[in-house]
Write a protein of this length. Sequence first.
Length: 143
Amino acid sequence: MLSKVQIANGFRNRMHCSQQVLMEWAEELGYSREEAARIAGPFGGGFFRGDTCGAVCGAMIAIGMRHGNGEPGDTEQDDAMQAKVKEFQEGFTARNGSTMCRDLIGYDFAKPEERAEAFASGRLTDICPKLVQDALEILEEIM
């Protein structure tokens, strides 16, 4: 699993939380790390608006890739996937109090001034590596 230092280095190199989570699962799910980075890119920072945490989004993509229904009408597989989603969300919320980026870091990325302040304050490098680690640990447990 990624260390907090590795995650922080990833952030410095413009790899978002969503990308870092999915990239750790890429090969096991049949994708390259580059493909995973591209797939998960738009989900960082709660869609860059402070919505659902990017680490959670990366985990949701991984759950869908492993457990999602690939055929119309496959209700059994869809039910199984939804159960994994619920299990992940409950575990993440129990650890962190929310799945919403703005709640977790205390800044609203939808507001440019708050986004700039979030970066300048160092809060992202304090909080976000733990969120990525939590997402990876929960995925390890439920996948």
